[in-house]
Design a protein around this ligand. Structure first.
Ligand SMILES: [Fe+2]
Ligand SMILES: [Fe+2]
Length: 261
């Protein structure tokens, strides 16, 4: 077995320690927030194009003209504080959340996370695989290309298990909590303790290609696949952060309100 083969088999520890969340519980004010309800939706997207993904995961489509965030959200039945909490959180890229968590909509936040799962599993990762296969298809290093694709497929299977656990267990628990149905022994703390980062193996795949793939000639196809992997890695990391630092605290608050914990 070569060093490279061994490298492929290296597992990633997912014991990511959760950082403490700094939350201010006063009121939902937007004084220090980057984006506010009165901002134009177009300005928001021009300022940070990643928020296009946030919009579509909240079910908001393009064609909003000069409407403000508040107008676009209200017209589409999307909770304004929840949309802005996610948009500001993703834009700032940190764990500081200001505002009253009780003003966020648990069901809208959960809907956003579910849509993100669909995006990763049904669109983003299959598109990367297709690009990667196309880029490696012309390779004279058939065995390496095969191993890279196998590594990628194993990674996608891992992401699928992670997201299916959330869809089946966590979101079902939270839906039951919202509807006042019997809950069993589950609490959101069980999820928070076992929740791990899923982008790390993608970092490893990217590094394998960068460091060990013996490329020749035109790199455009492989570079395009790498760009997508970089972007997907960033998107997956912020998805996990939204779950850890927005969703979990909001559900904990709901559990307190319902007298579960
Ligand atoms: Fe998730
Ligand atoms: Fe997750």
């Amino acid at each position: 077995m070569t060093d490279w083969d061994k490298y492929l088999k290296v597992g990633i520890g997912h014991a990511g320690e959760l950082m403490f969340l700094c939350i201010k519980f006063e009121s939902m004010d937007y004084k220090s927030a980057k984006f506010k309800p009165v901002d134009k939706m177009g300005d928001l997207i021009n300022h940070d194009y990643k928020l296009l993904l946030v919009m579509s995961r909240f079910g908001l489509s393009l064609g909003f003209g000069d409407k403000t965030v508040e107008q676009v959200c209200r017209e589409n039945g999307v909770d304004v504080p929840t949309f802005l909490a996610v948009a500001n959180f993703i834009h700032e890229g940190n764990n500081l959340l200001e505002g009253n968590l009780s003003q966020l909509s648990v069901s809208d936040l959960m809907g956003y996370l579910k849509q993100a799962h669909g995006y990763f599993l049904d669109f983003c990762l299959p598109a990367i695989r297709q690009k990667l296969a196309e880029a490696l298809g012309t390779s004279i290093h058939g065995e390496i290309a095969f191993l890279i694709l196998r590594f990628f497929d194993e990674y996608v299977a891992e992401v699928r298990r992670h997201m299916e656990y959330e869809d089946t267990n966590v979101f079902t628990y939270v839906s039951n909590l919202l509807e006042g149905k019997p809950l069993g022994n589950y609490t959101i703390s069980i999820f928070a303790r076992r929740h791990n980062q899923i982008e790390l193996k993608l970092v490893e795949l990217k590094n394998i290609i960068l460091k060990y793939y013996p490329e020749r000639g035109n790199n455009n196809l492989l570079n395009a696949a790498l760009f997508d992997i970089f972007s997907c890695e960033e998107d997956l990391a912020s998805h996990c952060k939204v779950e850890d630092f927005l969703f979990v605290p909001v559900v904990r608050l709901l559990e307190k309100q319902k007298g579960v914990v």
